[in-house]
Design a protein around this ligand. Structure first.
Ligand SMILES: [Zn+2]
Length: 228
């Protein structure tokens, strides 16, 4: 299958990964209609946005943003799905370009030193073959002139899906799942922690708490999509 697909692509029409309508190959395979109608949040320029409020009292962060609202059945769901499960890593570059630009324009993100993607557990990484946040993060980092860093944070505990758990179970399920190898590397730095979708925020909170053990570290959070 891996050998056949690129050859077929030369002869068959391309389909938009958001709405599945036919689209001229435009590098990302996202049609103009999808590009212009994605449900943007504008969180990058809203000081006390819904995502930032989610972490209030839980986490001391500088700013938090998501590009889009996520709900079942919107195009964002399709785009994130193919990014995560169909090896369409280019989608990460598409979102990274947009988010990077938003960060540059925003007054709430000042001088970010490192962009760090939430790591997958090694077992999950082997199965998927890639971290869906890698190209997304690399693109943001390049755009905002920060360093991309994914080797220093490790996921040491596998977690089950959060959705069927109670709030209490979710909390215990996300304790101590990350490990920072070299804490000193981040001393006095401003880190942008990124993920694809933020739902409860429990995973990103767990990773951020680990990072906040570093002296004088500041954290901001960003994701492609956000659900209430
Ligand atoms: Zn489309």
């Amino acid at each position: 299958m891996k050998i056949v697909t690129p050859i077929l692509d030369l002869f068959y029409p391309q389909y938009c990964l958001g709405c599945f309508e036919e689209v001229a190959d435009d590098n990302f395979n996202i049609c103009l209609d999808c590009r212009t109608n994605l449900p943007i949040t504008n969180f990058s320029i809203i000081e006390n946005n819904d995502l930032k409020r989610k972490f209030q009292g839980r986490l001391n962060i500088k700013h938090a943003t998501s590009l889009y609202y996520f709900n079942k059945k919107n195009k964002i769901q399709n785009l994130v799905h193919v990014l995560k499960y169909r090896n369409k890593q280019k989608i990460g570059e598409f979102f990274g370009e947009i988010l990077g630009e938003e960060i540059l324009q925003s007054d709430y993100f000042t001088s970010i030193d490192y962009v760090i993607p939430i790591p997958l557990h090694p077992q999950k990484f082997r199965k998927r073959g890639y971290n869906q946040n890698t190209l997304f993060g690399k693109t943001i980092a390049k755009k905002i002139n920060a360093a991309f860093c994914e080797e220093n944070v490790q996921r040491i505990k596998k977690t089950e899906s959060q959705t069927r758990k109670s709030k209490d179970e979710r909390f215990h399920n996300t304790e101590n799942i990350f490990k920072i190898n070299d804490l000193e590397k981040y001393e006095g730095k401003h880190i942008l922690l990124i993920d694809d979708i933020i739902t409860t925020g429990a995973t990103i909170e767990s990773c951020a708490k680990e990072l906040l053990k570093v002296k004088n570290l500041e954290i901001s959070i960003a994701s492609i999509a956000f659900t209430h």
